[in-house]
Design a protein around this ligand. Sequence first.
Ligand code: 13P
Length: 251
Amino acid sequence: MNTIIAANWKMNKTTAEAKAFAETFTGLLAKKGVPGGRSCMIFPSALSLDVLNSALAASPVVLGAQNFYPAESGAFTGELSLAQLSDVGAKWVLIGHSERRHILNEDFDCVARKTAFAFEKGLGIMLCVGETLAEREAGSLRTVLTGQIETALRGLSVGASDHARLAVAYEPVWAIGTGKVATEKEIAEAHGMVKEILASFSPSLDDLPVLYGGSVKPANATGILAIPNVNGLLIGGASLAADSFYQILQA
Ligand code: 13P
């Protein structure tokens, strides 16, 4: 299983800024590429996918979409389909990010429909899970993670060949964009739980990569990657500058 280093740009960068990032990033990759055993992904704004798909075509960087609507096409004003996103280079999708759950009110049913649709269409799925501070303080971590994982994966018939296109990102909501990183003990405990929940859901799923996200920076990336059951990083703020994302990729 490759360690996945993934950038989630959220609602940042114009196409010109995305292009400038790609120029700097490919320049850096020319010195020292993606390290062996690692995969590099970027989830930019949908508007920058086309530009990045061209600019990063010669690199091993995999592109993904932050959002989509789970239907083929039709009367869904303002939404984007998987066919449209695949057309401009998206190979993976983020589903269940806490900002979509908490700000855009995506509920369990929405997450489940998106997961089933993307799975059927053959895209890679990065399922994001994580508890709020109130849920953690109430001692509900396992219940929250179990609910988020089981409702998303229910109904999928996952074969061994699908493992390369499924990943879970554990992102404690209280650590996202706050500068507050979970402790080593908290990360180890939550990642162990995610692996147990996956295994009890289906024994063959305990080998899915589980990424950590929440205030990851070049200064803490190496330490977090050394924690048991951490199989990658999903980075927001520190992925916006090519040099800091490159440093994390090399960490
Ligand atoms: P930050 O790295 O900015 O905390 O964001 C994490 C995140 O939400 C990635 O999906």
